[in-house]
Write a protein that binds this ligand. Structure first.
Ligand SMILES: [Zn+2]
Length: 580
């Protein structure tokens, strides 16, 4: 059989289209894959054999060529026998040399991993320095801060404006490192940053010096005095102008200069924002979480050519200088809150990414609570609850990669989980947990944390564990769902059953006729008490074995959680006579 000519032509056209679509999709997929590097995951044995004590970085940026030239000296404490040192560095960059304890060393740089074989194996207890000199054209961020890399932009007047984001990729986009959240340089990090004059080069840490070089560049030196996660190490370069404000500490006894570095075009807007909110944020957050953690370094904010990032002691701000409906700059507050949640305490495994984003987002709501009151706080939380997706569990571990752990629900849903925890354990226990988790009484005590530490802390402070709470909210995707049924009970039967069952059924004896309400969770193991109002009066209904039954006057209005105190799904029955 022969197909008609028109059909053969149509099939040929369809075939070509399908081919183009498939190759286009494959190319897009391949491109997308190169835009996400691995960070975290299972530790490689050679990574696990070292404990990074310190990094000493030198970086020269060439905006005209979009190139960098760098050197990193990693000081390592050896914790297990080691035959070769491994550090990650993106394959787009070229390693020029390697040195071990000052002596030239062989190296292999393949698939983003530098391997430096050792002439003599390292033994536990030893301390060694591995230096890598490298350079080239680093990965350019396709969509910072979500698709990472260097950001080479220009200001409206055409001056170079440079930044970098690496939360998803890890710092191996631009310097060689142990690319894993479980290891931070305990003895700090230094940066020597060289940029063309008269651009202002800013970096993480305290500024300890600057030199004008004969070649028309300026080198500034920075010392980070705290452990730092590799994605929070940053530089910002541009024709910046400093805008200063004074912060007096949570008890009003300090006097510290805090600086916002703006590009000249935005100096007025930045001044308005910084004067009104810079110190205020630190004060309000500090009262909840303890004093700002990095005073040996600084609290600076740099205007960035991308939305923002929680770079330690040099927060990146690239929003529009616009306040939200609650009267504050949400981006500035969120990124600043990460100085406690993400930088002071840091998830050891990306599986617990929500500790950064959930607490960071919840800090926004707490700011509203502390500055605008409870009703506004609840409204903020209801808006966050509407943003939850509930398609993927928040915690998926262990040994997660940053790119796999990063889902939308770690933000709003993470915050709602904390809000629900507040309802479960009560304000006093809840705020005690927050302060102890973030070590509020020891402002400069950085440490690595995990979700199970939080679970144990809640059990200890609240007096009993609630494994079902964490299991349902963090390790399962779908929201807990309640159902309510309402059955009219005639007066005689009410009297009989009350007499027969004693206190088993809580009866409202004020009215002759009552309705029996049964509330159940979709899982008998889930025992979250529910806020219910009956005729406008709020009650807390305990849900042992996921269930409760009680009586209300016939026709009384019953509402489950009208104020949004818990994160849950549920629906009241639409039965006739149900007065809502
Ligand atoms: Zn964040």
């Amino acid at each position: 059989m022969r197909l008609p000519r028109w059909l053969r032509r149509a099939l040929a056209v369809a075939g070509v289209l399908a081919f183009l679509l498939a190759t286009g999709a494959a190319a897009l997929f391949a491109w997308h894959r190169t835009q996400l590097l691995d960070s975290g995951g299972p530790l490689r044995p050679r990574q696990a054999a070292v404990d990074v004590r310190r990094y000493d970085l030198a970086l020269r940026l060439d905006p005209a060529r979009r190139e960098i030239a760098g050197r990193n000296r990693a000081t390592l404490a050896i914790v297990a026998p080691l035959d070769a040192v491994e550090l990650h560095l993106d394959g787009r960059l070229t390693v020029r040399s390697a040195h071990v304890d000052g002596a030239p060393a062989r190296f292999v740089h393949r698939r983003g991993l530098i391997t430096v074989p050792l002439e003599r194996p390292f033994a536990p207890g030893e301390r060694h320095v591995v230096e890598i000199v490298y350079g080239g054209r680093p990965k350019v961020a396709a969509f910072p801060p979500w698709l990472d890399g260097m950001v080479w932009r220009t200001t409206p007047s055409g001056a170079p404006w440079i930044g970098v984001t690496t939360q998803g990729d890890g710092a191996d986009d631009w310097w060689p490192c142990k690319d894993h959240p479980s290891d931070e340089p305990d003895e700090g990090l230094s940066i020597e940053l060289t940029v063309p004059s008269p651009l202002v080069g800013l970096a993480s840490g305290r500024r300890v010096g600057a030199t004008e070089n004969p070649d028309g560049t300026t080198t500034t030196r920075w010392e980070v005095s705290y452990p730092i996660n590799n994605y929070a190490v940053s530089v910002n370069v541009g024709p910046y102008v400093p805008i200063e404000a004074t912060y007096r500490g949570i008890d009003g006894a300090a006097e510290r200069t805090i600086v916002f570095w703006a590009i000249p075009e935005h100096a007025d807007e930045a001044r308005r924002l910084w004067t009104a909110q810079g110190a205020r944020l630190l004060e309000v957050l500090g009262r909840r979480f303890g004093e700002y953690p990095f005073w040996k370094d600084k609290y600076w904010v740099a205007e960035s050519p991308y939305l923002g990032m929680e770079h330690q002691s040099l927060v990146a701000y690239g929003a529009r200088f616009e306040d939200n409906d609650d009267g504050f700059d949400e981006l500035l507050l969120h990124e600043t809150a990460h100085e406690w949640w993400g930088n002071k305490i840091t998830a050891r495994d990306w599986a617990d990414f929500w500790i950064h984003e959930g607490f960071g987002t919840y800090a926004e709501a707490l700011f509203v609570l502390d500055t605008a009151g409870e009703e506004k706080y609840l409204a903020y939380m209801r808006r966050l609850a509407r943003r939850t997706r509930n398609r993927t569990p928040i915690v998926r571990g262990p040994d997660a990669l940053a790119k796999d752990a990063y889902i939308g629900d770690i933000y709003a849903k993470g915050a709602c989980v904390l809000h629900t925890l507040k309802w479960l354990v009560g304000d006093e226990a809840f705020f005690t947990v927050l302060r102890r988790f973030v070590d509020a009484d020891r402002p400069e005590a950085c440490r690595l944390v995990a979700t199970d530490e939080l679970e144990r802390l809640v059990a200890e402070v609240a007096g009993r564990p609630a494994p079902w709470f964490w299991e349902r909210y963090l390790r399962r995707a779908e929201l807990p769902r309640w159902t309510l049924s309402r059955v009219p009970v005639d007066a005689e039967e009410t009297a009989e059953r009350t007499a027969a069952e004693g206190t088993a059924v809580t009866a409202e004896r004020t009215a002759d006729a009552t309705d029996e309400i049964t509330l159940s969770w979709d899982d008998p193991a889930f025992e979250l008490p529910l806020p219910v109002t009956v005729g406008g009066v709020a009650r807390r209904i305990d849900m042992p074995s996921g269930r409760a039954a009680f009586r209300v006057p016939a026709g009384a209005a019953v509402e489950v959680d009208p104020r949004g105190l818990v994160l849950a799904a549920g629906e009241l029955p639409r039965a006739a006579g149900d007065a809502r």
